[in-house]
Design a protein around this ligand. Structure first.
Ligand code: 13P
Length: 256
């Protein structure tokens, strides 16, 4: 049984005052929740104060990116040891916005994933197709390429989470239907089984991301291979994010 993970990707949002307010609301909202792992991924400069703000709660801290080198002359970058120092346990890698706007590609992401897991972080590795790729029937090929480029048996399975985020569903209000998402999640599970083995593949969480909201979370999370959500817009309001976490708690309680 996989524990669902609900992760909030704050992207480039929130001043420190706003971030503190948001995390306070999340902390209060998740007080009585059990059986769900919760992760917040604020901008870098808020990591230390947010680490303090979540101390003693079930809320974990992640970053939105990392460099693959331990240190060096890489102006504007941040290293895995720095993220660990700030209290991070997770890092999002390969987000489509990084691929699209910052030209991050497979070979680079392969190095980043290894730097993250070797440095003690759990990598939340994102994969997913654009609208054009979906409409031309290339979804499976693109997802398989993203998986093959950066994930291999040398990546410890207990430090790995996969996030399927169809690019056409991110920030657009268009969510993949539960069936569309489940189909790709099952494909990813199969790819993991071929890289590791079936039992290991069954242990790795695969999150769905792309316009997840309180109103659609439960049906998505009820799918057998959807083990949580990577939430963008709806994680910026504590009430919405907590409602998604509650939806995950409901699905845990459902008989499978
Ligand atoms: P939205 O939830 O705003 O569509 O963003 C999803 C996402 O990109 C999370 O990483």
């Amino acid at each position: 049984m996989r524990t669902p993970l609900i992760a909030g990707n704050w992207k480039m949002h929130k001043t420190l005052a706003e971030a503190s307010e948001l995390v306070k609301g999340i902390r209060e909202g998740v007080g009585g929740i059990s059986g769900v792992e919760v992760l917040v991924c604020p901008p870098y400069q808020h990591l230390f104060p947010i680490a303090e703000a979540v101390k003693g709660s079930a809320v974990k801290l992640g970053a939105q990116n990392a460099h693959f080198e331990l240190e060096g002359a890489f102006t504007g970058e941040i290293s895995v040891p720095m993220l660990v120092d700030a209290g991070c346990t997770h890092v999002i890698l390969g987000h489509s916005e990084r691929r699209q706007y910052f030209a991050e590609d497979g070979p680079l992401l392969a190095k980043k994933v290894r730097a993250a897991v070797n440095g003690g972080l759990t990598a939340v590795y994102c994969v997913g197709e654009t609208l054009e790729e979906r409409e031309s029937g290339r979804t499976a090929a693109v997802v398989e390429r993203h998986m093959t480029e950066a994930i291999g048996k040398d990546v410890p399975a207990d430090r790995l989470v996969i996030a399927y985020e169809p690019v056409w569903a991110i920030g657009t209000g268009k969510t993949a239907t539960p069936d569309q998402a489940q189909e790709v999640h099952a494909l990813i599970r199969g790819l993991l089984a071929s890289k590791y083995d079936q039992a290991t593949a069954e242990s790795i969480r695969i999150l769905y991301g792309g316009s997840v909201k309180p109103g659609n979370a439960e049906t998505l999370l009820a799918q057998p291979d959807i083990d949580g959500a990577l939430v963008g817009g709806a994680c910026l309001a504590a009430g919405d994010f907590v409602a998604i976490i509650q939806a995950a708690e409901t699905t845990v309680a459902m008989p499978s």
